[in-house]
Design a protein around this ligand. Structure first.
Ligand code: NDP
Length: 320
């Protein structure tokens, strides 16, 4: 067995609900997990405001607060956080080798990948300024806060259609803004949106700027500056919410070419568990889930990965 200083039985890469839950279960199984928190400690919930759909919090909880509670809970059982980013992995030989951005090298017997996904964003300065304060990348998370308000959805794929449809449960008016005339969305989902009287579709149009105000530290959105890409015309629309729905990207670039993924980059796991095609490497959360993408489902698969890893380690004789 490897005796290097940085050798660990279990390493977890990624610190969203999946990573913390994997850490909780492996810590309680006395596997002394080390959790690399990465570039965004706490993951995607750090950029949301209130989380109302995570069971156990009757009155909801702020995303960053929920993640801090998860962190404290896993530390209580001895899991260690390393506030570093893993920028290279070597999965072709066992133990697995990981390189962190401060030049340290770590090895482990079992690796749990919980690097999550990131919503693609437009990259506008006003978009990042109002993210979490009227701009959102998740209708299921934030739609509720726009009860009887006007919202925009940006995008022309299935995510945009699904979010637009979902938002009509809350918002008074939903406008889908798409940059082309042809839609990438499936016919059935596009038709559902087209038939929904609460939804208006505007094509050949892009979002130029989120209009909002900041008063006494409170930020809110009041409108959107839009540009027709065919005519160049600029218009302003009054809206209280803007949902960016132009797709997600799994954060799996460092595993490319080493582990089986689908075309988009989601890690392939066996249908019934979290095993990847590499023995001893397990994947959970949004890095392997393009369908549900919820904090609670990520936590659920994090638990599964921990149990799978623990059983695999026992089966292979990694016990002492
Ligand atoms: P897609 O890549 O399918 O669509 C992204 C959309 O966003 C496209 O219309 C694209 O425009 C637009 N877009 C991308 N970048 C920009 C930009 N910078 N500015 C403006 N618009 C932009 O991603 P989705 O997340 O919608 O879907 C991903 C996959 O997940 C698909 O396979 C989809 O079918 C699946 N999915 C299935 C669902 C379901 O079945 N219930 C629900 C959600 C997703 P353009 O077309 O011009 O490139």
């Amino acid at each position: 067995m490897n005796n290097t200083v940085n050798h660990h039985r279990v390493i977890i890469i990624g610190s969203g609900p999946a990573g913390f839950t994997a850490a909780l279960y492996t810590a309680r199984a006395n596997l002394a997990p080390v959790l690399f928190e990465g570039n965004q400690p706490g993951g995607q919930l750090m950029i949301t405001t209130e989380v109302e759909n995570y069971p156990g919090f009757e009155h909801g909880i702020m995303g960053p607060e929920l993640m801090e509670i998860m962190r404290k809970q896993v530390h209580r059982f001895g899991a260690k956080s390393v506030y570093r980013y893993i920028n290279k992995v070597e999965l072709d030989k066992h133990p697995f080798t990981l390189h962190s951005d401060d030049g340290q090298i770590y090895t482990c017997d079992a690796l749990i990948i919980s690097t999550g996904a990131s919503a693609k964003l437009l990259g506008l300065p006003s978009e990042s300024k109002f993210m979490g304060y009227g701009v959102s990348a998740c209708a299921t998370c934030d739609g509720f806060f726009f009860k009887n308000q006007r919202v925009l959805v940006i995008g022309g794929g299935d995510t945009a259609m699904e979010e637009a449809d979902y938002l009509t449960k809350h918002a008074s008016e939903v406008t889908v803004i798409h940059r082309r005339e042809e839609f990438r969305a499936s016919k059935i989902m596009l038709e559902r949106v087209q038939k929904n009287p609460k939804i208006k579709i505007v094509t050949n149009t892009v979002l130029e700027e989120v209009i909002g105000k900041e008063e006494n530290g409170n930020k809110s959105v009041s409108g959107a500056r839009l540009k027709n890409v065919k005519t160049g015309d600029i218009t302003e629309m009054d809206v209280e919410g803007i949902f960016i729905a132009i797709g997600h990207e799994p954060n799996t670039a460092i595993f490319k070419g080493q582990i089986e993924m689908d075309d988009v980059g989601y890690i392939k796991t066996r249908k019934e568990n979290t095993y990847t095609n590499i023995e001893g490497v397990f994947a959970c959360g949004d890095a392997q889930d393009s369908v549900y993408r919820q904090a609670i489902t990520a936590a659920g698969t994090g638990c599964m990965a921990a149990i799978d890893a623990e059983r695999w380690l026992t089966e292979k004789g990694f016990t002492d």
